[in-house]
Structures are given as C-alpha cells and as structure tokens.
Design a protein around this ligand. Structure first.
Ligand code: B12
Length: 216
C-alpha cells in the first residue's frame, strides 16, 4: 500500500470517522497490509495529531473522545490480527501488563500487548486504572517473568514507583523484570524508579523484553 493509504487512515482518526476507518482497515488487510504498519504508520499518526491539537487548545475533549473511539475500534480489529499472526510455539515468557491507577488510556498498552503476544510471549493484559495491589496479585497468580506498566499521564507516574516498591516488599522484585512505557516515561525516570527498561513503542518493547530475558 502506498503512503496515501496510511494518510487516509490517519485522516479518518482526525475526522472522527469510525466507519471510514474500519472500512479502510478491512480493505488494507484484504490487500495484505501489515497490521502493525496500519497502526504505527496510519492510525497512531492521526491520534498523535489530535493529541497535539488538544494539547495546544485547538481541539476539545469531545473531538478527542471521538478520535479515540475511532482509534479503539480500528485498533481492536488490528490487535486481533496481530495476535493471530504469531506462529504458535512454546512461550518465550509470561508477561503481565496494565495501565496504572489514575489513567484510563489503553490503546498503546493494548498494541504493545498484542505485538508481544504475536512475538511468542504469553501476555496477560490486566487493563486500565490498575492499583498497586492489582499488579502484585496478577504477577503472583501468573508467575510472571516480566511486568509491564503503562501511563500517558504525568500524575500517575508515581504509581509505577509504588508498584516497584511493593514488588520488593512482596519478595518478587529479584525474579521479575520490569519494563515501563508511555509518552511521559523517559530513560532517566525508568532508572530513577528502579525499572529494568523503558519501551518507546511496540517494536522497542519486543526488543527490550527479549534483552531482559536474555533472548537476544
Ligand atoms: C486517545 C487519547 C485519550 C483517550 C483515551 C482512549 C483510550 N481508550 O485509550 C481519551 C479521550 C479517553 C483520553 C482521556 C484523557 N486524556 Co488523553 N490522550 C489521548 C492521545 C490523543 C493519544 C493516546 C494514544 O492512544 N496514542 C496512540 C498509542 C498507539 O500510542 P501511546 O499510547 O503513546 O503508546 C505507545 C508508546 O507510548 C508505548 N507504550 C505505551 N504504553 C507502554 C507500556 C509498556 C510496558 C511499553 C514497553 C511501551 C508502552 O508503545 C505504544 C505503542 O507504540 C494522547 C496524546 C499523546 N501524545 O499521547 C492524549 C493525552 C495522553 N491525554 C491527555 C489528557 C490530559 C487526558 C485527560 C486527563 C483529559 C481530561 N481533561 O479529561 C483524560 C484522562 C483521564 C484519565 N484519568 O485517564 C494528555 C496528557 C498530559 C499529561 N502529560 O498528563 C495527552 C498527552 C494530550 C495532550 N497533549 O494534552 N485521552
């Protein structure tokens, strides 16, 4: 598919056109478009534009919500395709992933979960607005090798540090690797709270998790 196709996908998100986006996604899949490209080169560019305009006060919350709805509908089709695209094999490791308490953003986290799953990991997505205890319980129950935490908001960043402190207290920190991500998360912040890595997009998440588990 050419650049124009990805531009139209991005524009459908900007315009809040759910039907058009779903149609474009299905057309693209029928023509062999890589679902990860459809997210990263198309839809994500659209939502980023809306996010920038929202930050600059040029678009308002209702438009942001509409664009996010388009994004969610279109990415959920693609997430399923991405998950199904991985060849079944012995799992490379168990990953628990969620968005921290105070934050309901779930699109980026879900994309990361789908891409990790497609790359051979067994992924437990525990959703959004997850409290410290929710992470600890899930890590224990799933006997996780890796914990992934996401936030796009500044205030909930501190919850990531609280989860890491609780992991230590529960005696889990030594055997579980921790990766964090989301737009306000920097390498410096990850080091400051004692995370093992930061992932800047889904491909980076796969690379860093592989490294943490000694698989690359
Ligand atoms: C869509 C969106 C929404 C949607 C979310 C819908 C949903 N179901 O998720 C809705 C409309 C609900 C929303 C609500 C709000 N939002 Co909002 N939102 C966005 C927007 C435009 C895009 C986010 C997105 O989906 N991006 C696309 C995905 C693919 O990218 P991503 O999330 O960054 O994820 C990638 C990487 O970060 C990374 N990654 C992410 N998580 C993880 C985790 C791990 C482990 C790893 C390795 C990697 C990783 O990989 C992902 C894939 O590439 C951003 C703008 C932006 N620049 O991010 C604002 C933005 C995040 N929102 C913002 C705000 C302020 C809000 C609200 C507080 C608004 C309000 N006044 O109510 C509320 C939040 C309420 C709450 N308590 O959570 C601000 C945050 C400012 C800040 N620093 O705190 C932003 C930056 C907009 C802005 N410029 O002001 N939002």
């Amino acid at each position: 598919m050419d650049q124009e196709y990805f531009d139209r996908l991005a524009q459908a998100v900007v315009d809040g056109e759910a039907d058009a986006a779903v149609q474009l996604v299905n057309d693209g899949l029928g023509k062999g478009v890589d679902p990860i490209d459809a997210v990263e080169r198309g839809l994500a560019r659209g939502i980023m534009k809306v996010g920038e305009d929202f930050g600059a006060g040029e678009v308002f919350l209702p438009e942001l919500i509409m664009a996010a709805d388009v994004m969610k509908k279109a990415t959920s089709i693609l997430d399923e395709k991405i998950k199904a695209s991985g060849t079944p094999r012995t799992t490379l490791g168990k990953i628990v992933i969620g968005t921290v308490k105070g934050d309901i953003h779930d699109i980026g986290k879900s994309v990361v979960a789908a891409v990790l799953q497609a790359n051979g990991y067994d992924v437990e997505d525990i959703g959004i607005d997850v409290a410290v205890d929710g992470f600890i319980q899930s890590v224990k129950q799933n006997n996780a090798d890796v914990l992934g935490m996401s936030t796009l908001l500044t205030l909930p960043l501190q919850v990531m540090g609280e989860v890491i402190a609780a992991m230590k207290e529960a005696g889990l920190r030594d055997r579980v690797k921790i990766i964090v991500g989301g737009c306000p998360v920097t390498q410096e912040f990850a080091e400051e709270i004692g995370a093992d890595a930061v992932g800047f997009d889904a491909a980076d998440a796969v690379k860093k998790v592989g490294k943490l588990l000694g698989r690359s």
